[in-house]
Design a protein around this ligand. Structure first.
Ligand code: DGJ
Length: 743
């Protein structure tokens, strides 16, 4: 019996979606207006407690059309709705804006019909959460119509059986004989009664991705968005709404995450009576879509999570959902190999000899995969050429037998071989540009805006995607390759396609994303044995959309362990550790110049999908021996780290210390990581309280053999006394439940 249930109460005209954890309630209000009642902790039944009060408010228009238009007490101006229209009585931000051939922008969608299905209705060309069997979820499709425009809008709600998750997206269909222009279409609207909620967002920058920011909401509009053509380093497509009292382990939190990697927008509008409207979807700026008769358009999907166990509860739901029902492929649950990547070791300046030196060191230390980064193709010796020329730079590795010779050597050493690509880009200095200047995104009469001396391919054109696919396939069919790092190192400007007419240019950014997804889909389907890692100048496209194709992503180009504490901590708010790659790099660090010990670099990177990014050949024997130990530790703990439950304990955004833990499924094994940034004279002895353990059993520290009960570790906590008087220190403790305890 599935726990997911959707029920329509005819009498109250209320849809109730529920499972053991959450309820979502929607009402068909007067005139067929769809109103939002509730999303939160599961309720056993609904008997009208949230029926929207009637009040005649000044300047609130009445509902158009008989028989309600004389009722002055009912207005869309303040009504909490599921999907609001534009210019027909609701003055807040609209979920949908359509322009008819007459130039009018008004929309007024009313209830038409509904269907309840087992399982999940999936989007066709966009990434999405999925189910493995129809028992895992139920889906409600509510069809609304705008009778004037003759357009049908279907809102899809899927409730999972055993997760505090509701997914949403919408589909619009033009039933008229005229074109309709979509000027805005949200994936989700959530209207909430007057409240004092705060919003958490994940803003950032290149080398400073996903900082956690929390702010109260005041009347007016607050927006979190990207207009860079990608989900971006600068604003991750995720927000959480929390009560002012919500902490990591207590209180309510609602997460909203977009499964999309392009321009996005989260708008939060607190209206004049303190009600909150949240809209999430494709960024309306620069977006429009010409909907021809009979044509339809699907919005990206959003993943909503409810937690009454604080932010850690919300993150747990996302970690499990993204790992289990968004990520796919042979590596979905596989232990990810430990990498050595040559980027920070050599940058572009490598040859067969330099690479072989690294390989000779890597294999005996236990490294499992070598990744050849940027610089192996075209005639690329710097970042100003060859993007788009995905054929081997034969001169560069000729002494080692080229790419095939290198692949052979790596495999002979018992390691896997990975290769870097940047499929969406083109250099002016490339054969591809010389042959196809029209393949670039550009406005014909305007000088192109450069960035890193490279330009963006027009992936809205299928022939461009085909060209890159064919070039990549030629390499992948001829060289044994186990892993691909898919990079993307600039944002989109002059978002214009010469292949589309003037009135369809608003479609380019979204069509570009559809092209990216198409290429990702074709490559991952044709080469299922290859592990793909997403990357965009570090973590610039770290989102659930890319995760559908690539189970892991480079978290940041910033490999400084101290800065990584914040980056990794923020990333885990909505993404699982199995998706978050983390490398030990050289000291002084190349991004910050900070000097840190190999230990703290290892202790930060081992809390992710682990690897190295430095010249092993330049290290001392003592350092190599320490690396060997780090690798062997990681191999022992890899399952727990990559697939255990991750809980944040102390935030690097709030103080000098950071702590987090990994707990296995039956809570019998725990890894506790503690970090201290700066040393102080007369240090305070802080306490670290662990969480999510079994309260009444003994946990034994496997290094010291000290044992503590679970509730002792959770309620009393452990002193976190400094291990040494130095900056940038860390410790890792591994606890196991004493065997005879569990009988
Ligand atoms: C940006 C990536 O994040 C780096 O790891 C590296 O691959 C460079 N690009 C190469 O150009």
């Amino acid at each position: 019996m599935s726990n997911a249930n959707i029920f329509f109460d005819e009498q109250q005209q209320v849809f109730h979606l529920s499972n053991q954890q959450v309820s979502y309630l929607i009402q068909i209000e007067d005139g067929g207006v769809l109103s939002h009642l509730y999303f939160g902790k599961k309720v056993s039944g609904y008997h009208g407690s949230r029926l929207y009060p009637r009040l005649d408010r000044g300047f609130s228009p009445n509902l158009a059309g008989e028989p309600h238009q004389t009722d002055r007490r009912f207005s869309k101006d303040t009504l909490l709705q599921e999907y609001s229209g534009y210019d027909t009585g609701d003055f807040r931000q609209a979920a949908i804006k359509l322009r008819g051939v007459d130039g009018a922008e008004a929309t007024d969608f009313r209830f038409k019909s509904y269907a309840i299905e087992k399982g999940k209705t999936n989007l066709s060309d966009l990434p999405h959460a999925y189910v493995l069997s129809d028992d895992e979820a139920q889906t409600l499709a509510i069809v609304l119509e705008d009778v004037t425009l003759n357009v049908e809008l279907t809102l899809y709600y899927t409730i999972y059986a055993d997760r505090p998750v509701v997914t949403r997206w919408s589909n619009i269909k033009n039933l008229s004989s005229e074109n309709v222009k979509i000027e805005k279409i949200a994936s989700l609207q959530l209207d909430l009664p007057a409240n004092d909620l705060e919003v958490i967002s994940l803003p950032g920058a290149h080398v400073r991705e996903r900082s956690i920011e929390r702010q109260p909401l005041r009347q007016g509009l607050t927006t979190f968005a990207s207009h860079r053509g990608t989900s971006s380093h600068h604003m991750n497509p995720f927000i959480a709404l929390v009560a002012p009292t919500t902490t990591e382990n207590q209180g309510e939190a609602v997460g909203i995450q977009l499964v999309y990697s392009g321009n996005h927008q989260f708008s939060l509008e607190k209206d004049y009576v303190d009600q909150l409207r949240i809209l999430a979807g494709i960024n309306e700026e620069g977006f429009s879509w010409e909907l021809t008769p009979d044509d339809s358009f699907q919005t990206p999907e959003t993943l909503m999570v409810y937690s009454d166990e604080g932010l850690n509860g919300m993150s747990q739901a996302y970690h499990h959902l993204l790992r289990e029902r968004v990520a796919r492929g042979q590596y979905q649950y596989a232990q990810r190999p430990i990498v050595i990547n040559n980027w920070e070791a050599t940058y572009f300046d490598f040859n067969a000899e330099k690479i072989e030196e690294i390989l000779d060191e890597a294999a005996p230390l236990g490294v499992e995969m070598f990744v050849l980064d940027d610089g192996w193709f075209g005639h690329r010796d710097d970042d100003d050429s060859s993007l788009g020329d995905w054929f081997e730079y034969t001169a560069k590795l000729k002494d080692g037998g080229g790419l095939n010779g290198l692949s052979q050597k790596v495999h002979d050493k018992g390691m896997k071989f990975g290769l870097w690509f940047e499929p969406e880009m083109i250099s002016k200095n490339s054969d591809l540009y010389r042959a196809h200047p029209e393949y670039v995104l550009r406005i014909p009469e305007r000088v192109m805006t450069p960035s890193r001396d490279q330009y963006v391919l027009d992936f809205s054109r299928p022939e461009v995607v085909d060209n890159i696919f064919d070039q990549m396939a030629a390499i992948l069919d001829n060289v044994p390759i186990d892993y691909i790092k898919w990079d993307m190192n600039r944002h989109l400007t002059e978002v214009y396609s010469t292949a589309l007419p003037a009135d369809r240019q608003g479609e380019v950014a979204h069509r570009y994303m559809l092209g990216v997804y198409d290429l990702a889909n074709r490559l991952t389907s044709r080469y299922p044995q290859i592990l793909f890692e997403g990357c965009s100048g570090g973590g610039g496209r770290f989102d659930a959309g890319m995760l559908y194709y690539f189970p892991q992503s480079w978290t940041s180009d910033n490999t400084d362990p101290i800065e990584r504490l914040k980056i990794q901590y923020g990333t885990t708010l909505s993404y699982p550790v199995s998706s978050m790659t983390a490398h030990v790099s050289a000291s002084p660090n190349h991004q910050t110049g900070r000097k840190t010990s190999l230990k703290v670099r290892g202790d930060v990177a081992t809390a992710g999908v682990f690897g190295y990014e430095l010249n092993l050949a330049k290290l001392s024997d003592a350092e190599k021996s320490e690396i060997k130990d780090q690798i062997s530790f990681y191999k022992q703990q890899r399952q727990l780290i990559q697939y255990g439950d991750f809980y944040r304990i102390k935030s690097p955004f709030e103080g000098n210390e950071t702590a987090w833990e990994f707990v296995n499924e039956d809570k019998t094994e725990v890894l506790l990581f503690n970090y201290r940034v700066l040393s102080t004279a007369q240090p305070a002895f802080s306490i670290t309280k662990m969480s999510h353990l079994l309260p009444e059993v003994l946990y034994v520290d496997q290094a010291t053999q000290e044992s503590f009960s679970g509730d002792e570790l959770m309620s009393i906590g452990l002193y976190n006394a400094p291990i040494e008087q130095a900056d940038f220190t860390s410790s890792v403790r591994y606890f196991k439940v004493q065997e005879n305890e569990l009988k």
